[in-house]
Design a protein around this ligand. Structure first.
Ligand code: PLP
Length: 345
C-alpha cells in the first residue's frame, strides 16, 4: 500500500515535471509585442522587460486600427503575442471578434475598479494601462504669421482662414482619429458630427496614419493645428516646440490605453508576464521617465509625470466605451467617414 502510494506520488511528480518541461518549452523564451503606443515608449518598455526577465522581446509598431487589421488578418496563424498600447476601442473590437484571450493579472489590484475590466466583452480580455485626453495643439509661431487668434473650440477649426492648416489622423489606421470621430458624435449627434467633419475636411492638409504624426508635424511647423492626444503635444512642448495645448471649449473625449493578449499567442506565458509588467508601477513610471509619453497612469501607486494633465479639472464627455467599442459600429462609422468626408467630391 505504502509502496504503491510512493510509486503513485513519484509518477505524479514525473508526470508533473514532464508537463512542466513541455509547458516551459512551449514558450520559446521570446515575446513578440505589437505596439500601438508611441515609438520610444515601445522601445524602452520592451527593452526594460527583456532586461528584467531575459525573455528576448521584439516589437512592431502600428496604429491601433492598423494593428487590429493585422491581428485579424493573421488569426489563422498568429505572429504576435501581446498587443500593447493604443486606444481601447479597437482592443475592445478585437475581443468581440474573438481575437483575444482573457487574462486577469494580479497587478489589476492596483488599477481603479472602474478600469479593471474596461472592454465591451467582459472577462478581462483587455486591461487599462493609461488615460489620455483628446484635444488639439497649436503651433503659435505658424499661426501668428497668419494673423489668426488661437482657436479655443472644436468649431473654431472650421474657420476658412485655416484652410490647409490642420492635420489629423485617418480613423482607418489610427485609434486617435477614431476617438475624435466618436467624440464628435457623442458631443453633437451623428448628423451634426459628420456635417462638422465635412467642414473640417476643407482645412485639413493631410490625414496621417498615426495620431502622433499629426502632432509631430504641427510641432515642426508643417501645420498650425494638430488634432491628437494632449499628452503627445505636451511632449513636443517639453522638447521646446512653440506649441500651445487646447482643451476645446465644448468639452472633449478621452482614451483608455489598452493591453491585450492575442489568441493563439505562441508565447502565452511570456505574454502574461508582459501584461503584469505593463500594469506595474515600475513600467508605468518608465513610460514618462524614459518612454517620452505623459499620459495619465492607471496604476494607483505609480507617480504621475509632471506633464500629465489633471483629469478631474477637464470638461470630459462621459465616453461610452461599450458603444464605441462595438465592431459593427466602428466599421459603419469609418466607412461613412471615408465615403462622405475623405473621398467626397
Ligand atoms: N501613441 C500614444 C502615446 C498614444 O497615447 C496613443 C493612443 O493610445 C497612440 C500612440 C495611438 O496611436 P494611433 O492613433 O496611431 O492609433
Amino acid at each position: 500500500m505504502k509502496i504503491s502510494k510512493i510509486a503513485l506520488s513519484l509518477s505524479t511528480i514525473l508526470l508533473g515535471s514532464l508537463a512542466f518541461s513541455q509547458k516551459a518549452s512551449a514558450d520559446s523564451g521570446r515575446l513578440v509585442v505589437y505596439c500601438s503606443a508611441q515609438n520610444t515608449m515601445c522601445e524602452q518598455e520592451t527593452l526594460a522587460f527583456e532586461k528584467k526577465t531575459s525573455i528576448k522581446t521584439s516589437f512592431i509598431r502600428g496604429g491601433t486600427g492598423s494593428i487590429l487589421a493585422k491581428i485579424d488578418a493573421e488569426k489563422a496563424n498568429p505572429q504576435g503575442d501581446v498587443w500593447y498600447g493604443g486606444t481601447l476601442d479597437p482592443h475592445s473590437q478585437a475581443g468581440e471578434m474573438g481575437l483575444l484571450v482573457p487574462y486577469k493579472s494580479p497587478n489589476l489590484q492596483y488599477i481603479p475598479d472602474e478600469l479593471k475590466d474596461p472592454a465591451k466583452v467582459k472577462g478581462n480580455y483587455s486591461s487599462a494601462i493609461y488615460l489620455g485626453v483628446l484635444g488639439f495643439g497649436v503651433n503659435t509661431e505658424r499661426l501668428a504669421k497668419l494673423n489668426i487668434p488661437v482657436p479655443k473650440c472644436w468649431k473654431d477649426l472650421t474657420d476658412p482662414r485655416l484652410k490647409n492648416e490642420i492635420q489629423a489622423a485617418d480613423p482607418q489606421s489610427s485609434g486617435t482619429a477614431y476617438t475624435a470621430l466618436a467624440t464628435f458624435i457623442q458631443l453633437w449627434g451623428e448628423d451634426e458630427a459628420y456635417a462638422y467633419l465635412k467642414k473640417l475636411h476643407r482645412n485639413v492638409s493631410q490625414y496621417t496614419k498615426s495620431g502622433n504624426t499629426a502632432t509631430r508635424n504641427t510641432a515642426r511647423g508643417e501645420a498650425s493645428i494638430g488634432i491628437g492626444f494632449l499628452h503627445e503635444h505636451s511632449l513636443e512642448k517639453e522638447k521646446g516646440a512653440p506649441v500651445e495645448l487646447v482643451v476645446p471649449c465644448e468639452g472633449t473625449g478621452y482614451e483608455i490605453g489598452g493591453i491585450s493578449i492575442i489568441k493563439g499567442a505562441r508565447n502565452l506565458e511570456n505574454a502574461k508576464k508582459f501584461v503584469d509588467w505593463a500594469l506595474s508601477k515600475e513600467a508605468q513610471e518608465l513610460s514618462w521617465q524614459k518612454g517620452e509619453t505623459h499620459q495619465i497612469l492607471t496604476n494607483s501607486q505609480a507617480k504621475q509625470s509632471p506633464y500629465a494633465l489633471d483629469f478631474k479639472s477637464i470638461n470630459l464627455i462621459n465616453y461610452d466605451f461599450d458603444k464605441y467599442g462595438s465592431s459593427d459600429l466602428r466599421k459603419r462609422l469609418i466607412t461613412k467617414w471615408v465615403d462622405e468626408v475623405k473621398l467626397a467630391k
